[in-house]
Design a protein around this ligand. Structure first.
Ligand code: NDP
Ligand code: OXD
Length: 314
């Protein structure tokens, strides 16, 4: 009987096991915590559905054939210096996660667009301060990172009436959303967008991509929603742009250090909304189809869905 080990937040592990067994009753699914320490137990593992493995754990499983990341991001895996990168690895694609992300990012854009941050500050001071937002059809939102999550977020923003464009690493097409890539494409996006949604993965190429030079190329007063990873932003540059008015506001879910240190300037910043990495969650009940599909593809020798290309970094 093929064996899969499961690691996620404690409250989700039993739900994963139930959801996996409903789809694949032929599997033995066990929590990582219940895997014995002896050689025979380690040798019995075929597949791993994993969030943040104990460093060295995956490399110690001699018959491991497939790693499925519980998250769409991979940094919880790559923080293991011994991650066995020769084993096929699949990123999470989950309709529940995608829906959550599109809700979070549309809320983030609406918070900036409808000036909710100054309105909430005014409420805290008991001030009746009437401010009006521009009409959405005159506002352009750029989604940087137009992959699984970015494309659905872009479509949701477009459905709300915003002008939307996307930017990705490689050329892509969409029926109704103009898409850009490369340096020339970025120039066009930054020069024309009022708000930017960041949904790129953490890679060496995207590290601090939102820096002083990048922000200076944006429209004055640009709004930033970051639900990708904290490593995308040079915090000193964003704080400087917020102080000068070059950036109008930011909604930030992810940070270089999590939890965000209690003395970080973002916490009390009057132009910033901080949320504690809650933009989107993978739900076992909707994500298990992807895990079952990945295992079935591996067993059939077919191409794996959402397979990671470690040379590309995601
Ligand atoms: P995808 O791999 O489907 O999409 C990533 C997108 O980023 C692709 O469009 C890709 O381009 C683009 N990209 C990658 N590198 C670059 C680059 N150097 N320049 C420009 N574009 C680039 O990932 P998902 O949409 O599934 O997830 C995106 C990220 O969202 C995850 O990596 C994770 O960090 C974050 N996330 C955050 C969560 C939260 O709760 N805050 C929850 C879930 C995910 P191309 O299309 O050309 O490949
Ligand atoms: C993810 C996340 O990458 O939750 O899925 O951050």
């Amino acid at each position: 009987m093929p064996k899969i080990i499961v690691s996620d937040s404690a409250s989700l592990v039993d739900r994963w096991i139930q959801a996996l067994l409903e789809r694949r009753p032929d599997l033995e699914a066990v929590p990582v915590a219940a895997l014995g320490d002896d050689e025979a137990a380690r040798a019995s593992v075929d597949y791993a559905l994993i969030w943040a493995p104990k460093p060295g754990l995956l490399a110690s499983l001699p018959n491991l054939k497939l790693i499925v990341s519980v998250g769409a991001g991979l940094d919880h895996l790559t923080s293991d210096p011994d991650l066995p990168r020769h084993i096929p690895t699949v990123r999470m694609v989950d309709p529940g996660l995608t829906q959550g992300m599109s809700e979070y990012c549309t809320w983030g854009v609406l918070s900036l667009h409808r000036l909710f941050v100054p309105l909430l500050n005014a409420q805290a001071s008991g001030v009746w301060d009437v401010v009006h937002a521009p009409i959405a059809s005159n506002v352009r939102v750029g989604v940087l990172g137009f992959g699984v999550l970015g494309s659905k977020t872009g479509e949701a923003l477009q459905a709300l009436g915003f002008q939307v464009c996307g930017w990705s690493r490689s050329p892509k097409q969409h029926d109704s959303i103009p898409l850009y890539h490369g340096e020339d494409g970025l120039r066009e996006v930054l020069a024309t967008c009022d708000h930017l949604v960041l949904l790129m993965p953490a890679t060496p190429e995207t590290y601090k991509i939102i820096n002083a030079d990048f922000l200076a190329r944006c429209k004055p007063g640009v709004g930033i929603v970051n639900a990708g990873r904290g490593s995308l932003i040079d915090d000193a540059a964003l704080l400087q742009a917020l102080a000068s008015g070059q950036a109008g506001g930011a909604v930030l879910d992810v940070f270089h250090q999590e939890p965000l240190p209690s003395d970080h300037p973002y916490w009390a910043h009057p132009k910033v909304i901080v949320t504690p990495h809650v933009a989107a969650l993978t739900y076992p009940e909707t994500g298990a189809d992807h895990v079952a599909a990945a295992i079935a593809a591996l067993e059939a020798g077919a191409p794996l869905p959402a397979v990671v290309d470690w040379d590309r970094g995601y």
